[in-house]
Design a protein around this ligand. Sequence first.
Ligand SMILES: NC(=O)c1ccc[n+]([C@@H]2O[C@H](COP(=O)([O-])OP(=O)(O)OC[C@H]3O[C@@H](n4cnc5c(N)ncnc54)[C@H](O)[C@@H]3O)[C@@H](O)[C@H]2O)c1
Ligand SMILES: O=C(O)C(=O)C[C@@H](O)[C@H](O)[C@H](O)COP(=O)(O)O
Ligand SMILES: [Zn+2]
Length: 355
Amino acid sequence: MTHTITVNVPPTSYDVTIGSGVRHQCGEILRPLLGDCRVAIITDTTVAPLYLSGVRQSLETAGFQVCAMTFPAGEAHKNMTTLTQILEFLATEQLSRNDCVIALGGGVVGDMAGFAAGCFLRGIRYVQMPTTALSAIDSSVGGKTAIDLSAGKNLAGLFLQPTAVICDTECLQSLPRDILADGFAEGLKTGVLVGGSLFETVSQGLPTPEGLAQMLAECVAYKGGVVERDEREMGERKLLNLGHTPAHAIELCSNFGILHGHAVAIGTAMMARAAVKRGVLDVHIANMVVEAIAKSGLPITTHFDPEQLAEAALHDKKRAGDTITVVLPHGLGDCRLHKLPITELAMLFAQGLED
Ligand SMILES: NC(=O)c1ccc[n+]([C@@H]2O[C@H](COP(=O)([O-])OP(=O)(O)OC[C@H]3O[C@@H](n4cnc5c(N)ncnc54)[C@H](O)[C@@H]3O)[C@@H](O)[C@H]2O)c1
Ligand SMILES: O=C(O)C(=O)C[C@@H](O)[C@H](O)[C@H](O)COP(=O)(O)O
Ligand SMILES: [Zn+2]
């Protein structure tokens, strides 16, 4: 079964197609959307040997002229050096304004290729083809693109919505278990934000392949709705950052050596515990959240101390001068924004790390 979710972000609108084997139909899906143009596939060294030839074949059969560039896999390469290499590649290949970038890979490929597409010739179109659970659940939808700077996570980037998202659930079968679980952290985050049956589903641990497509579709439908209402993160979209203020600090402190989803898992557990200490969340609900995270094989605490994390979090995009907005769960399906003085961050993180 194929799921199609439409995201309306005026003046544009795009479909997210989720289904088994859909990478082999990417050419026919994209031809009416892109017209007669060249496409540049950007991918990484792990994904290229697995999926590049199948995607290329589908695109060529549909009449596209295709070129491809591969960069080394991993968060350590989500940086200015790789961005420059992608831009130089697009220029050498003489892509024009009518042409299109295809991001084939996980969130690192999607964030990098999307950013490059947004800068090249002051902006060309791009398509997301997510191949990790994380990119399928979260990063391929919504138009946030970015690279990391040495001062912190995602500090340079653009909002640029893709022309289409094509998610082949078959690709997720080649993920090592820890990377599959890593992506599931954003699903757990979404389960806490939405509550109800989605939280019940995600709290049962990693789903079966059949259950996975349904879960992905529910997460994407929720995120798509938030993005439609608040594309530029002026209000409601900040909720998608549940767990991310500590997560981004943990990623920076570990020199980007921890996977994003693992950091989000810890951050979400921390915000659940801190919410209890602050009297806004029932301890039983917090325990359910922390247990659901642990059940998926994800971490729930960190060895970094609260002061160190608070220092690292000062680069967070939710900071405005002397205040920072964090997300605290008040219940399942009821997360709220809290504006705190930055001087309270270390205390908040300490509360999040206490049992
Ligand atoms: N833009 C957004 O809205 C958004 C949302 C969430 C996360 N992110 C970003 O996404 C990134 C994390 O994404 P990720 O977890 O997908 O990381 P990733 O892209 O680094 O992929 C993880 C690893 O899995 C490998 N891989 C990818 N697909 C595979 C497959 N099908 N089979 C086997 N191996 C495969 C990759 O080569 C890589 O080594 C972070 O940089 C995070 O900041 C962005
Ligand atoms: O799409 C969003 O909005 C999110 O916040 C999703 C997050 O899971 C994602 O990690 C995002 O990249 C974080 O954004 P940032 O603006 O805090 O860098
Ligand atoms: Zn995230």
